[in-house]
Write a protein that binds this ligand. Structure first.
Ligand code: 13P
Ligand code: SF4
Length: 301
């Protein structure tokens, strides 16, 4: 059944001139049919340099939207229109405008996990991999950081002489990790290193051996002397880590760290997307251009 579906996807993908981009958190069977697997920014950059007419984006809405911001002339499709990111939806453009009015001297640094409307009102974007570098590149002394308060705190704690106004968004999936839970695992696997995504709470960040974005986890494991790692991010990441490092052991910091939106994508839906050319992502041109400026500023830092 699965083999049939994969064959059909492959045939139709070629016929349509489509490419399948897949985020690190996607289910294994979706990662296995990918042309490219990566983090949100890597995928957006790949989308930009790749020659194709259609991109099927297996991830959440803001990621597909970021690909559209880079590629106005390509058709960007997401296999499930309900695959949103709750954190990205925790700040609206209207709310960000009000926050800017309250702090007129502040520069707005916005996490890539945000809607195109919010990016368009931002001065510069950042990812979980480059937040500190981006904040240090800002000349102003005041920074509005949105929407993730935990990534914001992580950055604020490492940047000197700047005042941060943190928006109070968070990722529900990363809230399941607790200090007690991770320390219990560390008792079971004393020689394991603890890798923590900066979307986790500060009590979890504090006991980390390394705080990493999803792609940095892959690089870190590849270079480390350790052979076991406790992974504090969405469980889909474990499949990618194991595939790339088959001799190492990766232990989930919590098996409950499942992003429901990421798991909405299935092989059937990928096939239907290619058959029906649904659901297409569009971004209004003035919003796209303003959002692109904030992303390009980040890329230039
Ligand atoms: P990346 O930017 O590492 O792809 O992570 C995105 C995300 O949604 C983290 O929860
Ligand atoms: Fe959004 Fe969290 Fe899912 Fe990442 S894991 S897409 S931040 S809800």
């Amino acid at each position: 059944m699965q083999t049939n579906l994969i064959k059909k996807i492959d045939l139709l993908k070629k016929k349509r001139g489509a490419i399948i981009l897949v985020h690190n958190y996607q289910p294994p069977e979706i990662q296995d049919i990918a042309d490219y697997v990566g983090d949100s920014l890597e995928l957006a950059k790949i989308s930009h340099r790749i020659d194709c007419e259609i991109i099927v984006f297996c991830g959440v809405h803001f990621m597909a939207e970021t690909a559209k911001i880079f590629n106005p002339d390509k058709m960007i499709l997401i296999p499930d229109e309900h695959a949103g990111c709750p954190m990205a939806d925790m700040i609206t453009a209207e709310q960000l405008l009000e926050e800017k009015e309250s702090h007129p001297g502040a520069v707005v640094v916005t996490y890539i996990n945000s809607t195109a409307d919010v990016k368009a009102l931002s001065d510069i974007c950042c990812t979980s991999a480059n937040g500190v570098k981006v904040a240090n590149s800002v000349k102003n002394e005041e920074i509005i950081f949105a929407p993730d308060k935990y990534l914001g705190s992580y950055v604020a704690n490492r940047v000197k002489n700047k005042k941060f106004y943190l928006w109070s968004g968070y990722c529900p999936t990363h809230m399941v990790f607790s200090k007690e839970g991770i320390l219990k695992l560390k008792d079971e696997y004393p020689d394991a290193e603890i890798l923590v995504h900066p979307e986790c709470r500060l009590e979890v960040q504090k006991i980390a051996d390394a705080i990493c974005s999803t792609s940095q986890m892959i690089t870190y494991a590849g270079k480390s002397e350790a052979e076991k790692f406790i992974i504090c991010t969405e469980v889909g990441m474990l499949y990618r880590l194991k595939k790339e490092n088959p001799t190492m052991k990766f232990i989930a910091g919590s098996l409950n760290a499942v992003c429901p939106s990421m798991k909405l994508i299935s092989l059937e839906k990928v096939l239907w997307t290619l058959e029906d050319l649904k659901y297409e992502i569009n971004v209004e041109e003035s919003v796209r251009q303003a959002a692109l400026k904030a992303i390009e500023r980040m890329v230039a830092t």
